[in-house]
Design a binder for this molecule. Structure first.
Ligand SMILES: [Fe+2]
Ligand SMILES: [Fe+2]
Ligand SMILES: [Fe+2]
Length: 453
């Protein structure tokens, strides 16, 4: 019987959102800031709490479909020509997880202008229209901010631009709510505060919740796609490591609960790779010592991100110690055997095994003979746990087949995301059909008419 574990969901979402935006200093905390602004606007409109939470979660991950960090930079500089591709990908990613499915249309339409909604016969009261308009506005404000300039010196310029957007890009009443909010200096100061994370953690709309391990596993699988799809060379790596760690955990007779925790840890083990530039991840040759030094920080970030989540202590260790070696020669912590638990040892073996059977920019996938030799040598040198290596080699075919099967599925998904049609902003006159009834969203006072009565 699986026990649910209690995690701080707000903490989890904030940490992952933060990690996604770490890929470039120009966009760091972009999604968190957009979530902050959207949350404030939704609060000002007195939207029901459930609706407010959905807006907040959608905003925290609204640009999740911009897989490559260079796409994100283009978006940020208003240079992206293919604005809707990341919206479509984001929608598909949200649709793949039951927990996030209700927010998928919001993500899909966060760049849909008010004029487009109107042209297609939608009203601000229709489901998802207000939600996506709030994020549209918040996103625009955040991108208009010049990070080199003091925030309160730019508010007039930003406000003027938002006033221009009223009626065409953004519903006028949404703009009015923003103008009211923008009078408060503290909103702007919060927005750029290095303490924004704790402001949202302590005062944001999501509370500490009991969430089932199965739900966490689904969310972890979802976030593993964001990590893997960052580069085509890693497009199935976390999926493979999670599959391998799960089988090894089974073989090592871990409990059902521990096996699931291993799967979660496997899916998140390279979370810190979000910080590593693709030029290094995709380099078609061996890395220089300087480049390797940059790679070394990825497990440090995995640890820092995961260990900051309440309830994730074990997952953080199992995930982040996969480059540690039993003799203390690993990175980034240089831990020795006495600090490396069975879970961490399994993950180290799973990571190496999966990497060896994968193709890399500079080499082909390795044969069974080559993989066996490398693993045995590392075990003999006292780097990897020899018992786990022995179990893996005894079950080689089974492990290989299961890992490859899972990677094949992930690869097909990746191709699907890559092949999304290119829809330019000008072409997007057809807002796809949205449910006319708020199927997912709880009924509450409809904004703005009911509130203005
Ligand atoms: Fe966007
Ligand atoms: Fe954005
Ligand atoms: Fe790694």
């Amino acid at each position: 019987m699986l026990k649910d574990i209690s995690i701080n969901l707000n903490n989890f979402f904030l940490s992952v959102s933060d990690a996604i935006d770490l890929s470039s200093p120009q966009i760091s905390t972009h999604q968190m800031r957009v979530a902050y602004l959207s949350w404030l606007l939704a609060k000002k409109m007195k939207l029901p709490l459930e609706r407010l939470k959905q807006i907040y979660i959608a905003a925290l991950f609204h640009d999740i479909g911009a897989l490559d960090p260079s796409d994100k930079l283009l978006l940020h500089r208003f240079e992206e020509k293919d604005l809707f591709r990341h919206c479509l990908r984001g929608e598909r990613l949200f649709l793949s997880i039951p927990f996030l499915r209700p927010m998928a249309p919001i993500v899909r339409h966060h760049h849909t202008s008010w004029a487009t909604w109107q042209k297609n016969g939608y009203h601000i009261e229709d489901p998802y229209v207000l939600e996506s308009q709030l994020i549209y506005l918040a996103d625009l404000v955040e991108r208009l901010l010049d990070r080199r300039e003091y925030v309160l010196h730019q508010t007039n310029r930003i406000i003027a631009r938002i006033i221009e957007a009223a009626g065409q890009e953004i519903h006028p009443e949404v703009v009015d709510i923003f103008l009211d909010m923008a009078k408060r200096a503290s909103c702007w100061l919060d927005l750029v505060s290095p303490r924004l994370y704790s402001i949202l953690l302590n005062h944001g709309p999501l509370e500490r919740v009991e969430i089932g391990l199965e739900d966490i596993a689904q969310l972890a699988a979802f976030f593993s796609k964001i990590i893997d799809f960052k580069s085509r060379f890693t497009s199935t790596h976390s999926t493979g490591v999670a599959a391998c760690a799960t089988i090894l955990a089974h073989i090592c007779a871990l409990t059902e609960q521990e096996v699931l925790l291993m799967k979660i840890a496997g899916n998140l083990h390279d979370l810190g790779k979000l910080v590593i530039p693709n030029t290094i991840l995709e380099k078609p040759g061996p890395l220089t010592p300087q480049e390797f030094a940059i790679i070394k920080q990825h497990t440090y970030h995995t640890y820092m991100i995961l260990s900051s989540i309440e309830g994730f202590t074990q997952i953080a260790e199992w995930a982040a110690f996969h480059h540690e070696k039993l003799d203390g020669s690993g990175y980034p912590f240089g831990l020795t055997a006495d600090r490396l638990s069975l879970g961490a040892r399994i993950m180290a073996v799973a990571d190496i095994f999966t990497a060896l059977i994968e193709r890399r920019p500079y080499r082909k996938e390795m044969s069974k003979k080559e993989v066996t030799e490398i693993l045995k040598r590392q075990a003999q040198k006292g780097l990897l746990d020899s018992y786990i290596v022995k179990l893996l080699l005894e079950n080689y075919q089974e492990v290989y087949t299961k890992v490859s099967e899972q990677q094949q599925i992930a690869q097909e998904k990746f191709q699907e995301y890559l092949q999304l049609p290119i829809v330019s902003m000008a072409q997007d006159n057809n807002v796809p059909h949205l449910p006319k009834q708020p199927v997912f969203l709880p009924q509450g006072p409809r904004w703005p008419r009911d509130l203005h009565r």
